[in-house]
Design a protein around this ligand. Structure first.
Ligand code: BG6
Length: 509
């Protein structure tokens, strides 16, 4: 499993994996779901792949009466349950030596003093080089406390000895105003180049492939514009409900939870111009340009839709409706289905609507970006010949069945002329033997390496809120009740209608 890394590698050669330098990763909120299911397993997977240095320390900070061994057991259990790569005792033992835990509240000065001493000890004992990353896997309402404590206890400034980085998880605010406030809090303590905002979709292999697909090939770019594309559909469907996340989800909803970040980023990568390089600054400039040209629909009521799942059947099981979920207010207006139209006012995309939709409790889990093409200007066939010809589409399947599909018409074998829609597929599984790393592996490694391209900057966050805010304000004005859709279906009638108004239908992925 260990990847062999040549220390004499050419730094320009990006085929070879880079190993993180000596460092300490401090995670705030280690008792949360994200930490247990994603962060700790990703740290182990990196260690298992040989991408963490011997001088590495992992510090957990949380409100639990735990000693180092108790935390280590938590990490061990989460790795056993959720890691992608097989468990190897020797890798675990090495990681274990650098695991520490600091109990405390975010308001507790003494706990932050202990944290500081713990990190200093790790620097000395493990040779972690004074390089420290602070991962805030906590609700944004605590950012102020934590970054304030890091500053007061002298853990935020570099003082010429190693680097300091802070990693923040979405939601980056609730709207434009609160996003700015959050940014002010973080930026008074950490300079912009030390702030790593995680949008885990950008760490997904298939999302990075979007760049390779668009810019390493000659044949797609000429048709990637309003001469050929009629509209774009970006879908992120989940089959799960809100599970135990009522406290987070109620009042947030699908648009804030995933459209503002994941789907807007997918849209930006799909629509942006070619960057001059894949350096962070160039990539961000292109994403910002396209997000800056994007706007909400003129008629928000006609071109957005929202819904809540009602009781229904899923996976052979009867499931509760959103309003009956534990912890959800019975009169909640929070949407579990959101669909919006976005228009991009630039030469490439004018007149091509982008439809972004996401929902919980859909028939299956699937994320895809579909470019739907215009009809050929003339069809030299009779209308019956082409009755079963759909519209040409290029579909980038982000997950779970990763790959790319092209849909087009082909002649049905027979002596007559009949054209039917067929598809041509590229599947990761069929083309590569390598398995894809988890998004968090890639992103945590990039934080430790100080590689910023996959982390959105505050400007992108602001621009995304600028698109969404008018829609959210209108929905708030309308209040409820919100349209219902049966669990296990593709959403409310209003979602179907909003596309029908433009003469389109949603794809059934
Ligand atoms: C998170 C959202 O960002 O993404 C969740 O907060 C959602 O609501 C999750 O379930 C989906 O992630 P993935 O990688 O499974 O598509």
């Amino acid at each position: 499993m260990t990847e062999h890394v040549n220390p004499l590698r050419d730094p320009q050669d990006r085929r070879l994996p880079r190993i993180a330098g000596p460092s300490v990763l401090v995670i705030f909120g280690v008792t949360g779901d994200l930490s247990r299911k994603k962060l700790m397993p990703a740290v182990y997977d990196l260690a298992n792949r040989g991408l963490l240095p011997p001088g590495f320390g992992l510090v957990g900070f949380a409100r639990r009466d735990w000693a180092d061994q108790d935390f280590a057991k938590e990490v061990h259990d989460s790795v056993k349950e959720h890691a992608r790569t097989p468990f190897r005792e020797e890798v675990w033992q090495q990681l274990l030596e650098g695991i520490r835990f600091v109990p405390g509240e975010f308001s507790d000065d003494q706990a932050f003093e202990t944290l500081k001493e713990t990190i200093q000890e790790l620097d000395e004992q493990r040779g972690t080089g004074g390089n420290h990353a602070f991962y805030l896997s906590i609700p944004p309402s605590f950012f102020d406390d934590v970054v304030g404590q890091l500053r007061r206890h002298g853990m935020a400034d570099e003082k010429g000895q190693g680097w300091r980085r802070v990693v923040i998880e979405k939601p980056f605010g609730h709207d434009l105003r609160s996003a700015r406030e959050l940014n002010d809090i973080v930026s008074t303590v950490f300079p912009p180049e030390s702030v790593f905002r995680i949008d885990h979709y950008l760490g997904k292999e298939t999302v990075q492939n979007l760049l390779a697909f668009r810019f390493a090939n000659q044949m797609f770019e000429p048709i990637w514009n309003n001469n050929y594309v009629s509209h774009v559909q970006i879908t992120m469907a989940e089959d799960i409900g809100i599970g135990g996340r009522a406290g987070y989800y109620d009042g947030i909803g699908a648009a804030r939870d995933v459209i503002q970040n994941h789907l807007m980023q997918l849209m930006a990568l799909t629509a942006m111009e070619e960057p001059t390089s894949f350096e962070a600054a160039q990539l961000r400039t292109e994403k910002q340009k396209v997000l800056g040209a994007a706007r909400p629909p003129v008629d928000i009521d006609a071109h957005t839709a929202r819904g809540q799942y009602s009781t229904g059947w899923q996976g052979g099981e009867k499931v509760k409706g959103f309003l009956e979920e534990d912890g959800i207010k019975p009169d909640s207006f929070t949407e579990t289905y959101a669909a919006i139209r976005v228009d991009i006012d630039n030469r490439r995309w004018a007149g091509v609507p982008f439809y972004l939709r996401s929902a919980k409790r859909m028939p299956r889990r699937v994320t895809e970006i579909a470019l739907n093409f215009k009809r050929a200007p003339h069809l030299p066939f009779t209308s019956t010949d082409t009755e079963e010809l759909g519209i040409n589409a290029l579909v980038m399947r982000i997950q779970p069945d990763e790959g790319i599909t092209m849909r087009f018409g082909a002649k049905v074998p027979s002596t007559q002329m009949e054209i039917r829609e067929v598809s041509m597929d590229f599947n990761y599984g069929g083309s590569f033997t390598e398995s894809s790393p988890e998004a968090y592996e890639r992103l945590i490694l990039d934080v430790l390496l100080g590689e910023p391209p996959l982390f959105p900057q505050h400007e992108e966050v602001e621009l995304s809120w600028q698109i969404l805010d008018p829609i959210l304000n209108r929905w708030a004005e309308l209040g409820g009740p919100v349209d219902q859709y049966e669990s296990g279906t593709w959403g409310p009638q209003s979602g179907i209608d909003m596309l029908a108004r433009d003469g389109f239908v949603w794809r059934r992925p």
